[in-house]
Design a protein around this ligand. Structure first.
Ligand SMILES: [Ca+2]
Length: 179
């Protein structure tokens, strides 16, 4: 094999190596993107599941098991007292029986990858809305509407090109009406 042929073989090997490495990089990028999609889909599942669980509880401690309809929002728990009542444990949602017991609850879901979720519950007043696009602020007065906010976080919810060490947070919000 002459020097020219040897050089050609070396060049061919180098080119092949570059092609193989390039293909593997693309395949790894593709897998990372697929994994991130799955993590996000499961995060949506976690947020939806917890949201439904909360929404199925009684609207308020005062309406729990009550057959008579509350006609004045002043009968509900005051805004500054939203949260658990005596006998309920802030770390154990199995003890919760109404929506605002979940206020400030922090939960974990490890059925797929580890997710942590944070819950906020507040009164909002939809009766004073000027348009459907208006951003609704928390209300310090009792109303017939409670907004449930859930943030679902995982360190795995991170784009591989992200410079942050933290993952993304998915936010879920729903307003539950008493009626
Ligand atoms: Ca309760």
């Amino acid at each position: 094999m002459g020097l020219g042929q040897t050089m050609l073989v070396v060049a061919a090997i180098m080119l092949l190596t570059r092609l193989v490495v390039g293909t593997r990089t693309v395949a790894m990028d593709h897998q990372a993107a697929l994994d991130l999609s799955n993590y996000r889909i499961h995060a949506v599942g976690v947020g939806s599941y917890v949201m439904n669980e909360i929404a199925l509880k009684s609207f308020d401690e005062k309406t729990k098991g009550q057959s008579a309809v509350v006609i004045s929002s002043s009968e509900f728990t005051s805004a500054d007292s939203l949260g658990i009542e005596t006998g309920e444990d802030v770390t154990n949602k199995d003890t919760f029986d109404d929506i605002d017991d979940y206020k400030n609850y922090v939960g974990m879901d490890t059925s797929y990858i580890p997710y942590t979720y944070f819950v906020k519950v507040e009164y909002v007043d939809l009766d004073t809305l000027q348009s459907p696009w208006e951003i609704v602020s928390a209300n310090n007065n009792r109303t017939f509407y409670k907004r449930i906010n859930i943030d679902v976080y995982s360190p795995y919810l991170k784009d591989e090109y992200s410079k942050s060490t933290l993952g993304d947070t998915l936010h879920f919000s729903r307003v539950q009406s008493y009626f």
